[in-house]
Design a protein around this ligand. Structure first.
Ligand code: NAD
Ligand code: TYD
Length: 349
């Protein structure tokens, strides 16, 4: 098998590349990534010399480039993760999200279709999406695969649109596709603009922890290594044309998660109990902030036997350990444009 993984230099993508190289040494893995601010080849330093791995720097918004890439390679499968992925950035610059997430996905669908349409046998286009397409829950209920789409942020609207295109290419052109919608991921190599790595970095530096609104919003957190395992199972065994929800059965209000993180960090950094908590600062809420996400992943468990492997407390501790042991990685990704991003996003909030 020759698999094209897009966005493989990003947070989840790098875990997926690593997972496939480790578990399928007979496969060839091509990683296509533009290396935006979120893409970093250092995320793959431990595997980039594998003989069955190849990196290509390229942009999915360039349709001609993709057509040529598919003609020159006989890909059997695509695992599509490349995207703009941060809600706050989508509020600042929605158009970039339309171009990358919608047009980029359609370009990829066009290239796969043009190359594969004479014979779809053994081919698979796997689109990685988010639970945010389903909108926001009240205090009760969970998102199932049947929940109607109701996105609220430009990010989730662009992901919802890309999901619709993937389904449309299946229904209209019989392209063999599968989609998964996953809850919030956490773990190593996540860019420190997202809640957990941002707060770990700020705690280390004794900087304020900017909690949006009252901190009452609820997310369902999944360890990224478990997401990579779910992607493996769905890629190999998922039913053609199907959607699978992936989640951790692990709901936390932001404030409770942050308090847990502060406790773990105090212990790891040898600080007195309650020290890091003092950094909590309530700031202006995110516009259109979804109250609650919760995923019902029972279909995935029932049909394909996947379940999360570790508890959140354990996964969070492993994650903290990783960031503390990899300060150089953190320093590298927070140099350059990061300061400018941080000031724009948080100063005066
Ligand atoms: P990320 O921002 O860390 O990585 C995205 C990667 O895509 C980067 O390596 C970037 O360089 C690359 N990329 C961006 N634009 C590109 C382009 N035009 N051409 C080629 N490459 C490009 O994102 P992530 O958190 O790893 O998310 C990966 C995927 O999973 C996304 O599709 C996201 O919507 C989805 N997802 C993420 C989460 C989460 O909690 N992070 C949850 C569910 C689904
Ligand atoms: P985030 O990691 O950006 O993921 P998403 O918006 O995709 O869920 O945010 C997770 C939650 O944390 C979300 O409710 C917003 C909140 N949040 C803060 O309170 N402060 C912050 O600085 C960030 C980045 C997020």
């Amino acid at each position: 098998m020759h698999i094209l993984i897009t966005g493989g230099a990003g947070f989840i993508g790098s875990h997926v590349v690593r997972h496939f190289l480790k578990h399928y040494p007979s496969y060839t893995i091509t990683n296509l990534d533009k290396l935006t601010y979120a893409g970093n080849l250092a995320n793959l330093k431990d595997v980039d010399s594998e003989l069955n791995y190849r990196f290509i720097k390229g942009d999915i918004t360039d349709g001609n480039f993709l057509q040529n890439l598919f003609q020159e390679n006989s890909f059997d499968g695509v695992i599509h993760l490349a995207a703009e992925s941060h809600v706050d950035r989508s509020i600042t610059n929605p158009t970039e999200f339309v171009v990358t997430n919608v047009l980029g996905t359609v370009n990829l669908l066009n290239a796969a279709r043009a190359c594969w349409q004479s014979n779809y046998e053994g081919k698979r286009f796997y689109h990685i999406s988010t639970d945010e397409v389903y909108g926001s829950l009240g205090r009760e209920g969970m998102f199932t695969e049947q929940t109607p789409y109701d996105p609220h942020s430009p990010y989730s609207a662009s992901k919802a649109s890309s999901d619709h295109f993937v389904r449309a290419y299946h229904d209209t052109f019989t392209l063999p596709v599968v989609i998964s919608n996953c809850s919030n991921n956490y773990g190593s190599f996540q860019f420190p603009e997202k809640l957990i790595p941002l707060f770990i970095n700020n705690i280390v530096q004794n900087k304020p922890l900017p909690v949006y609104g009252k901190g009452e919003n609820i997310r369902d957190w999944l360890w990224v290594v478990d997401h990579a395992q779910a992607i493996d199972v769905i890629f190999h065994k998922g039913q053609n044309g199907s959607t699978y929800n992936i989640g951790g059965h692990n709901e936390w209000s932001n404030i409770n998660l942050i308090l847990l993180l502060c406790r773990i960090m105090d212990a790891k950094l040898g600080r007195g109990a309650g020290e890091s908590e003092k950094l909590i600062t309530y700031v202006t809420d995110r516009a259109g902030h979804d109250l609650r996400y919760a995923i019902d992943s029972s279909k995935l468990k029932r049909e394909l036997g996947w379940e999360p492997s570790i508890t959140f407390e354990k996964g969070l501790e492993l994650t903290v350990d990783w960031y503390l042991a990899n300060r150089e990685w953190l320093d590298n990704v927070t140099s350059g444009g990061y300061q400018h991003y941080y000031e724009k996003m948080y100063c005066g909030r």
